[in-house]
Write a new protein. Structure first.
Length: 358
C-alpha cells in the first residue's frame, strides 16, 4: 500500500493524512567517524556494506572509514548524481545490509535513492554541509523528467563528523548557509499557497525550518568564521530542515520560489554555481517580492561569504531574467509568489537590479 500524499490508503482513513518519515539517529561531534562501525552495525549485521563516495572524498576519509568498519566495504565511486550511478550502486548493494553515502552531495543523493529502491537502510555521512539533502527524504538527480528533487526516504542515520566537515572548502559551507536562509521564502510561499489554494500547511514544520533560516540571519558574522562551533550550528540547522520536510511529508518548508529559480538556472547553466548559492541569491529577490527584509538576507549571505550577485557564480543578467520569468513553469502545481506575481522581462529585470543581483 502506498502511503504518500493524496493517495488513497484505505476507505477508513480520512483524506488529508500524511506520512512522517524521520531519521532514527543522528551522531554529531568531532571525531565520530571513528565509530561508524558501531553506528551502522544494526543494519550491516555481519555482512558487507556498500560505501558510495566521490573520488575526492574517498581519498580524504577512505582510511578513516575503513578503520572504523569491522568489515571490508564495497566502494562505489559516484562521479555524478544521475540514474546510471544509482543503478551502479544498486548493482553493488543487492546482497548487502545497507548503503552508506559518504560525501558532500552527489554520493548522498545517489546512495539514498539506491537504498530506497532496494528497501534497505541508508546512512548519510556528510563530509561538507552545502545543502539539506544530508538529512531530507529527497534525492536530487540529473537526467530525470523534472529538474527538482524526488521523494525517497530520509536516511536511517546521519553521522556528522564536525572535524571532517569543518575542513571542507569554505565555499561549500557558505553554500549550506544559502540553502538554510532559503527557508525564509520557502515558508512564505507555503503560507501563501495555503491561503490561495487551501493546500495543507504545517505550522510546526514551518517554524522548525524558519528557526534554521534565522540561525543564519541572526548569527551570520559568527557563523561565517566556520570554526568548529559554527560548523556544528550549520550542520544542525541543515539536519533540522531535512527533518522539517520529513514532518511536513513534502519539501514545502524547505523549497519554494527561490528553489524554482535555482532549478531553472540548473537547466540554463548546469555547471554554474552550487545549489545553495543559487538558492541564496533567489531568496534575496523572492524576499523582496514577499515584502520582507531582503537587505537583511543579502547582508547575512555576504557575511558568511556566499555570493549575492549572479556574476559571482558566472550567471549572466539575461539568464537571471529568463529564470525569474519562467521558473514557475517547471513545477506548475507548486504555488509560490512567482505564480501570483507572473513577472514580465521588465519587472524581472527591475527586481534583479533593485536587489543588486544583476
Ligand atoms: Zn535546497
Amino acid at each position: 500500500m502506498a502511503l504518500n500524499h493524496n493517495q488513497s490508503a484505505s476507505p477508513h482513513v480520512d483524506p488529508g493524512y500524511h506520512l512522517m518519515e524521520l531519521p532514527t539517529k543522528v551522531l554529531i561531534g568531532g571525531g565520530v567517524i571513528s565509530v561508524l562501525g558501531d553506528f551502522v552495525k544494526d543494519s550491516a549485521g555481519g555482512g558487507r556494506v556498500v560505501v558510495a563516495s566521490g573520488s575526492n572524498v574517498a581519498s580524504k576519509v577512505r582510511k578513516a572509514v575503513e578503520e572504523a568498519l569491522p568489515m571490508e566495504p564495497i566502494w562505489v565511486e559516484v562521479a555524478a548524481a544521475d540514474i546510471r550511478n544509482v543503478d551502479r550502486v544498486m548493482a553493488a548493494a543487492t546482497s548487502t545490509g545497507c548503503i552508506i553515502g559518504v560525501g558532500g552531495g552527489k554520493s548522498v543523493d545517489v546512495g539514498k535513492l539506491a537504498a530506497f529502491k532496494l528497501h534497505i537502510p541508508f546512512y548519510s555521512v556528510p563530509t561538507s554541509a552545502s545543502h539539506d539533502g544530508i538529512s531530507s527524504p529527497f534525492a536530487s538527480l540529473k537526467g530525470l523528467d523534472r529538474p527538482y528533487s524526488i521523494m525517497a526516504k530520509p536516511p536511517l542515520g546521519i553521522l556528522a563528523d564536525i572535524d571532517v566537515i569543518a575542513s571542507a572548502p569554505r565555499r561549500l559551507l557558505a553554500s549550506g548557509c544559502g540553502d538554510l536562509v532559503s527557508k525564509l521564502t520557502a515558508v512564505k510561499d507555503w503560507e501563501l499557497a495555503h491561503r490561495v489554494t487551501g493546500e495543507y500547511f504545517g505550522s510546526y514544520s514551518a517554524s522548525l525550518a524558519l528557526m534554521s533560516a534565522n540561525t543564519v540571519l541572526d548569527h551570520s558574522r559568527t557563523l561565517g568564521s566556520f570554526d568548529k562551533e559554527s560548523v556544528r550550528e550549520l550542520v544542525e540547522g541543515l539536519i533540522s530542515t531535512g527533518v522539517a520536510a520529513g514532518i511536513a511529508g513534502s519539501s514545502r518548508p524547505c523549497s519554494g520560489s527561490e528553489h524554482l529559480f535555482s532549478h531553472y538556472l540548473d537547466v540554463l547553466a548546469p555547471e554554474s554555481g552550487l545549489h545553495g548559492e543559487k538558492c541564496g541569491i533567489g531568496t534575496i529577490m523572492m524576499a523582496k517580492l514577499h515584502g520582507i527584509d531582503w537587505r537583511r538576507v543579502r547582508l547575512a549571505l555576504k557575511n558568511v561569504g556566499a555570493p549575492v550577485e549572479a556574476s559571482q557564480i558566472g550567471i549572466g543578467d539575461s539568464m537571471v531574467i529568463e529564470a525569474l520569468t519562467k521558473a514557475s513553469t517547471i513545477r506548475p502545481e507548486r504555488y509560490t509568489i512567482l505564480s501570483r506575481r507572473k513577472l514580465t522581462r521588465r519587472s524581472a529585470s527591475l527586481l534583479a537590479k533593485s536587489t543588486g543581483v544583476i
